[in-house]
Design a protein around this ligand. Structure first.
Ligand code: FE2
Length: 424
């Protein structure tokens, strides 16, 4: 029987420090003081914040790390040029390359405390190589990280007659989630059909929904209203997610107010992707230039489940990124003006519990009986983790430490003796 005891853990929303006993990969006991038995590995958290694993509910693992390899770079920095570059690039993509890149990123995620990921897989390629590769990859790494795969029609469902069959084939292959891309379709009418088709398929096959939707600065892109309607009529909101919705930033306030009310009524999950949407949207503005993000503060204020996605990691859409959701939260704090005291706490929810809710995860959280997945941060508060983008000193998966990080040590040379191991 393997046992691990974490001493002096600061848990979110709890007074004082707790000990956490793990047996056979499960949380056995969480109490004020638990005495260690012989053979138990003990880690002293020394008052550091201990949290459930960080979650990324929106990434494209099929495209990660290709930005440095591209012969044609994204010069305009727009979404449409990125899609164009990707369409050329994916012709030469191999399963080996895709899995190697995804694996490298999974190692980065683990170092950053991320143990739950929802990835999109482009299913508009006739070979369905990305779907097949990511479904295999999910199994390859299941001891390290939990992955959901979305069938994502990158080029739309109705722009090519074969796309609907490819989407259906992906469902047969075993994807967890069905996606759409209504703002990519040729007409408003086709965009509405795109959303309706996704709901029909999800209802028929009992799948979750996650649609790339209104990912544009165009205020006339109004497809999330269709998702709200379908979710209300079919009672599928909690199993459905609207990703991006950046056009909402540019809607008039009367329309946005009504829409946000319907999203709340539908119980739709919403994902914002601060890295990509900070650089891809509202590119046509000139100056003054609006932000490219959806209305996060207004949705949070009305009780909607909003979470944060990384979206891209070094691909044609976004050439930066290191798999850190804390960094994404830091960016959203600034871009979305979410620096109110309660909002900073909500930002941390948005990379943990809110994202777990979006992914419909039940075995999640530091609770007796749950799988013992958790992270010890090199900080004592959520504010400090976001401010400093703190390291995860220990990442624990099924009761075993799978990554240890020693934070950088600094010494002030001008005041040696007083400030040894100086910390910011
Ligand atoms: Fe995306």
């Amino acid at each position: 029987m393997s046992t691990l005891l974490i001493k002096n853990a600061k848990l979110r929303y709890e007074e004082g420090l707790k000990d956490i006993l793990i047996e056979n990969g499960k949380f056995k006991e969480i109490a004020k003081a638990i005495s260690e038995k012989p053979g138990t590995e003990v880690i002293d958290a020394a008052g550091s914040l201990v949290t459930p694993p960080i979650v990324d509910p929106h990434v494209h693992l099929d495209a990660v790390l290709v930005s440095g390899l591209l012969t044609r770079k994204n010069e305009t920095g727009t979404l449409l040029e990125a899609i164009d570059i990707w369409s050329d690039w994916k012709v030469g993509l191999t399963k080996k390359m895709l899995k190697e890149n995804a694996r490298r990123v999974i190692d980065w995620y683990i170092a950053n405390g991320v143990l739950r990921v929802r990835t999109h897989a482009d299913c508009t390629d006739p070979t369905l190589l990305t779907v097949e590769s990511l479904l295999e990859f999910k199994e390859d790494v299941k001891d390290l990280i939990d992955i959901q795969v979305v069938a994502f029609p990158q080029n739309g469902i109705l722009t090519d007659p074969q796309n609907i069959d490819l989407l259906k084939k992906s469902i047969e292959m075993g994807v967890d989630v069905i996606g759409g891309a209504p703002h990519i379709e040729y007409t408003r009418e086709d965009g509405v059909k795109d959303v309706e088709m996704v709901y029909d398929l999800a209802e028929k096959h009992d799948k979750l929904i996650d649609i790339h939707i209104d990912e544009t600065g165009d205020p006339h892109s109004r497809f999330v209203e269709v998702m709200a309607k379908e979710s209300i009529n079919r009672n599928m909101g909690e199993r459905s997610t609207a990703s991006h919705t950046t056009a909402m930033h540019n809607y008039n306030n009367d329309y946005a107010y009504k829409l946000i009310g319907n999203i709340a009524k539908a119980k739709l999950n919403m994902i914002t992707n601060p890295f990509d949407n900070a650089v891809l949207q509202n590119r046509m503005d000139g100056y003054p230039r609006k932000r490219g993000l959806t209305r996060v503060d207004e949705m949070l204020a009305r009780g909607i489940n909003v979470s944060i996605g990384h979206d891209s990691i070094m691909d044609p859409w976004y050439s930066m990124g290191k798999g850190s959701m804390v960094q994404a939260a830091f960016l959203l704090l600034h871009m979305g003006q979410l620096n109110g005291a309660t909002q900073v706490q909500q930002l941390f929810d948005m990379i943990t519990h809110s994202s777990a809710k979006t992914m419909n995860l039940d075995d999640y959280g530091i609770k007796e009986g749950n799988t013992a997945d958790m992270v010890i941060f090199d900080a004592k508060t959520e504010d400090d983790i976001i401010r400093l983008q703190s390291e995860c000193t220990h990442v624990i998966r099924k009761g075993k430490v799978i990554c240890r990080t020693t934070p950088a040590k600094r010494q002030l040379e001008y005041d040696t003796g007083k400030h040894v191991d100086f910390k910011i």
